[in-house]
Write a new protein. Structure first.
Lengths: 272, 170
């Protein structure tokens, strides 16, 4: 079934270079919760983490859970129980012991670079652009270093929704719900706001897709654009799990490190 | 906890002058399915703006051990979103056990819990039913409060509910 977490950690460390979302790769990255609306004193949400083309089918590869961050209703981190990874998905459980909203995310960032040395092309990774520059060997030429950050996210609520966990971190590309992400229903518009490093991100192209792609001919993709405030309105006819993806490449001024930021979320639209 | 009232002889209860009454008759249909569980049912009153004015009844598995009873309350989707998720269950005078198929009558009085003092206005009685491994249905019966005269109105369910009859009395 599933490898033990300790073995997995080793596996991830070795496989990291290939597991970090390849930028040219078109696969969708998602965290799929069993449900998003829970009741009672305590509950448990179980979450699948995978990259795939079909929504939400495990058909490509698991996501690394090394960068899993769960924020609870009081703004404090919550420990997830990692069950492991198969060839196509990773699985973890999050105990919900406090009333309110949980923000569940894979948050990663780093720098990657290319350079040439003695006529050979090399590739490198580092925590950030500064570290990458420091690691460059003497005599490297044609150096290209860029920074990237990504957030793959979903939200669940036990009892009544609250807003504490939804506060912006101010880092990378983030979706800050205007309409609470666990209070959205089919037929009613839901408004989301996108921030890049805490500032409204205007003019971003958003791909918004209904799950169940496998069972229809239409790709079912809504292309949307954030307004001057970074806001976008999501409207769906049918209840279900939806996927949202957005990327940003802020223009780098002369001498600045180019960067790209990406964000994906899974949202559940309930019937009413 | 509250059980559906099986008609009490009216003369036995001293009714304060002007205490309007609201009574709801709910029919739970008998269904031929492989696995049948009594439905969860929520009964509440909404004002003209859709705000919950009174939670009247929630029938669920109140007696199940631990969290099992409350776990499926969100299946009463409209009720859950409007009010359920903000309540601490069980709610005294509102929570009750699930009921078997048949006719169930519940009575409420102005000025008494759980109806409380409903200010004059236009309201909707809402009855929502959700059944384990079954479906969900919600019915609405509009009414004016306080009623000028005794009046009965009915909404007819198709799947999880039979007829829901509301009678208001001045």
């Amino acid at each position: 079934m599933f490898a033990k977490p300790s073995l997995l950690a080793a596996g991830f460390a070795i496989g990291l270079a290939t597991l970090v979302p390849g930028k040219a790769e078109a696969h969708r990255h998602w965290l799929l919760p069993s449900m998003t609306v829970f009741a009672g004193e305590e509950e448990l949400v179980t979450v699948d983490a995978a990259a795939s083309n079909e929504l939400f089918v495990f058909e490509h590869r698991p996501l690394s859970l090394d960068s899993l961050v769960v924020i609870g209703p009081d703004g404090q981190p919550v420990d997830a129980k990692v069950l492991g990874s198969g060839d196509y998905r990773s699985i973890f459980d999050v105990p919900l012991t406090m009333q309110g909203t949980y923000r569940i995310a894979l948050v990663s960032g780093g720098a990657m670079g290319f350079y040439e040395l003695n006529g050979e092309r090399h590739r490198m990774r580092a925590d950030n652009a500064q570290a990458a520059h420091a690691e460059l060997p003497e005599g490297a030429t044609n150096v290209r270093i860029s920074e990237n950050s990504s957030r793959t996210e979903t939200f669940v609520t036990l009892g009544a929704p609250n807003e504490v966990a939804l506060a912006p971190t101010g880092q990378g590309l983030e979706m800050i719900p205007v309409t609470h992400p666990n209070d959205i229903v089919a037929g009613e518009p839901a408004t989301m706001r996108f921030l890049l490093d805490g500032e409204p991100a205007a003019g971003l192209e958003i791909e918004f897709v209904e799950g169940g792609t496998r069972y229809r001919d239409n790709a079912g993709i809504q292309m949307l654009e954030t307004d001057a405030d970074g806001q976008v309105t999501l409207t769906v006819e049918d209840p279900g799990m939806y996927y949202l993806e957005v990327g940003a490449r802020p223009e780098a001024a002369e001498g600045e490190t180019p960067r790209r930021a990406s964000y994906t979320a899974v949202l559940e639209f309930m019937p009413l | 906890m509250r059980k559906p009232v099986i008609l009490i002889a009216t003369g036995l209860i001293a009714t304060p002058a002007g205490a309007q009454e609201l009574s709801v008759n709910i029919e739970i249909p008998r269904l031929r399915v492989a696995e049948y569980h009594n439905p969860y049912i929520a009964v509440w009153v909404e004002d003209a703006s859709g705000k919950v004015a009174a939670n009247l009844d929630v029938w669920y598995d109140v007696d199940l051990r631990g969290e099992e009873g409350t776990k499926w309350l969100p299946d009463l989707r409209t009720w859950w979103r409007r009010t359920g998720r903000s309540l601490k269950m069980p709610v005294d005078g509102v929570s009750g056990p699930t009921q078997a198929p048949g006719q169930h009558r519940v009575d409420f009085k102005q000025g008494a819990r759980p109806l409380g003092n409903l200010p004059p206005g236009s309201y909707k009685l809402r009855v929502e039913a959700a059944r384990e491994v079954g479906g969900r249905e919600i019915l609405t019966v509009p009414f004016q409060w306080p009623p000028a005269a005794a009046k009965t109105a009915t909404a007819q369910g198709k799947t999880e509910l039979g007829a829901v009859r509301l009678t208001v009395k001045p």
